[in-house]
Design a binder for this molecule. Structure first.
Ligand code: NDP
Ligand code: BG6
Length: 517
């Protein structure tokens, strides 16, 4: 499709040098199952367009959309053009790139539950592979409600569309989150997956791993010598991880009622942030070595027992609020949500990691919708100084903090004490501030661009492995069961930082949530 030479991508975290083998993108076709849906419109197709803009898609390349909504090929292309205009990080659309990209697209209508529809998809796909010249390499992207993942996998396999094994022409499957709704269903989904594919064909996506700033957690820790020695129980008092969203459920009420905040954000995104911050250095920077270390941390996290959820977790749900002159609906008033729903849209948790490095260091996690502002950060709070040399009232009693800002204003900050100019030994907290934008001067690719490209290239480092998903569910299960036994949520105002109980959770240990600056 692109007229440029095939894209040569560095392996994760590496710069390609002339003497190094580079990864090249082989021709392939991506089939988006769920192409009429929100994810395809807002993320997937805009990400593929941006890859086309960078000349990063293989040549030739094909994109086949599949869902029940009937479109002709041209209607699908027109609809995707609108989606890209609205959601691409780079606009306006480049007409020449779009024309070439649009030629790679086609659309097939069908129902996931109907095996015959997959025969039709097979015919469409084979015709398309001939038209584009993309050959037989295929990526099936399951951008569908999680409840239909098992049916789709079974039918892709039964229809012969998905071939088990990694010999050419290859097939890969990308599975969206949440992968299962508890440990049992995740295991059963893994069994279904393995009937149709080898583990090396499976890409369980967690888009947080595609964020530049999330990958930078590893760079900060393992490409520098000054931070890593400090990151342990010897120097760290506690860690706070916040993923706050200003938006509500945004028309996804039906899905959210089933999921709730723990399945939607904690089991996947928050656990990724926690494991990358706390894992040991992997022996090598490859898919298995990195994932091995993450799994070790997950296994060291002390599960919150069912009867302890009242002590270590707080659930909240946003309520109707008048904010800035606007009436914002409460969660119970959102389309698709029961008026008596007890589904939490906020959670705060206190976790412990029972291993040599982190024993005794509390990890406070909080995430929620309709909070004061959009902010994802990891704040590492260090121990206080052992003796206040300059006296108690000089401003030195605030411990140092290392803040990894995931979004927005991506960067890293260190808060420390400095002398205020003047005769008195008066101190004030100041900030060393590194900002991605200012340092690199270029816009980072979107997470989905990175992950789609990695999947095309066959690099699974930034995708989750079977045992990692299961280890995370093992921690969520008792919390979900404990909550089920006591189904209540604390209401909180839109535009706040969650219910007062979340402040009490951390105050009980003599600490407070960091006030983001
Ligand atoms: P939507 O409900 O918007 O889209 C679902 C898609 O599946 C539609 O294209 C729908 O098309 C299709 N579909 C549903 N049932 C069938 C069926 N029986 N046969 C054929 N097609 C069917 O969901 P989202 O796009 O929001 O989410 C998709 C996945 O991505 C979910 O797993 C979600 O958790 C995940 N995700 C979504 C994010 C987002 O921001 N939206 C972010 C991160 C993950 P049609 O009705 O035309 O058949
Ligand atoms: C998705 C969740 O996985 O992540 C959404 O389903 C949430 O509910 C989103 O809004 C947050 O992603 P980001 O990239 O905006 O932080």
């Amino acid at each position: 499709m692109s007229e440029r030479a095939p894209y040569i991508a560095p392996t994760v975290g590496q710069t390609v040098h002339a003497d190094q083998p580079a990864r090249s993108a082989e021709p392939c076709t991506i089939v988006i199952l769920g192409a009429s849906g929100d994810l395809a419109h807002r993320k997937l197709v805009p990400a593929l367009y941006n890859l086309a803009l960078d000349g990063a898609l293989p040549s030739p390349f094909g994109l086949v959309g599949y869902s029940r909504t009937p479109y002709t090929d041209d209607e699908f292309r027109a609809e995707m053009k609108e989606a890209v205009s609205e959601h691409s990080r780079r606009t306006p659309i480049d007409a020449a790139v779009w024309d070439r990209f649009a030629k790679s697209m086609s659309y097939c209508t069908g129902d996931f539950g109907n095996l015959e529809a997959y025969q039709k998809l097979k015919t469409c796909l084979e015709a398309d592979e001939k038209r584009t010249g993309a050959g037989g390499n295929r990526i099936f992207y399951l951008a569908t409600p999680p409840s239909v993942f098992p049916i789709i996998l079974g039918n892709l396999s039964a229809s012969g569309l998905l071939r088990k094994g990694t010999t050419a022409p290859w097939s890969r499957v990308v599975i969206e989150k949440p992968f299962g709704r508890d440990l049992a269903s995740a295991r059963s989904l893994n069994e279904i997956v393995h009937k149709s594919c080898d583990e090396r064909q499976v890409y369980r996506i967690d888009h947080y791993l595609g964020k530049e700033t999330v990958q930078n957690i590893l760079a900060l820790r393992f490409a520098n010598s000054i931070f890593e020695p400090l990151l342990s129980r010897r120097h760290v008092d506690h860690v706070q991880i916040t993923a706050a969203e200003e938006l509500g459920v945004e028309g996804r009420g039906g899905y959210y009622e089933e999921a709730g905040v723990l399945r939607d954000m904690v089991q996947n995104h928050m656990m990724q942030l926690l494991t990358l911050t706390t894992m040991e250095a992997p022996a090598a920077f490859d898919a298995d070595a990195v994932r091995d270390e993450k799994v070790k941390v997950l296994r060291a996290i002390r599960p919150i027992a069912q009867n302890e959820v009242g002590r270590y977790t707080v659930r909240g749900q946003y309520r109707a609020t008048k904010l800035g002159g606007k009436d914002l609906p409460g969660y119970r008033g959102e389309p698709g949500v029961s008026p008596n729903s007890t589904t939490p849209t906020f959670v705060a948790l206190a976790l412990s990691i029972d291993n040599w490095r982190w024993a005794g260091v509390p990890f406070y996690l909080r995430t929620g919708k309709r909070l004061a502002r959009r902010l994802t950060e990891i704040a590492i709070h260090f121990e206080s100084i052992p003796h206040p040399l300059f006296g108690h009232d000089t401003g030195t009693d605030r411990p140092n903090t290392l803040i990894l800002r995931i979004q927005p204003d991506e960067g890293i900050a260190i808060r420390f004490a400095a002398k205020v100019p003047g005769e008195a030994m008066q101190l004030r907290e100041v900030t060393f501030d590194f900002r991605y934008g200012a340092a690199f001067g270029e816009q980072a690719p979107e997470a989905y661009e990175r992950l789609l490209l990695d999947c095309i290239l066959g690099d699974a480092t930034l995708f989750t492995r079977e045992d990692e998903v299961e280890a995370s569910w093992r921690l969520m299960d008792p919390i979900l069961q404990g909550w089920k036994a006591q189904p209540r949520v604390s209401p909180y105002d839109c535009g706040s930082w969650g219910p007062a109980e979340a402040d009490e959770l951390i105050a009980r240990d003599g600490r407070t949530w960091r006030k983001p600056i």
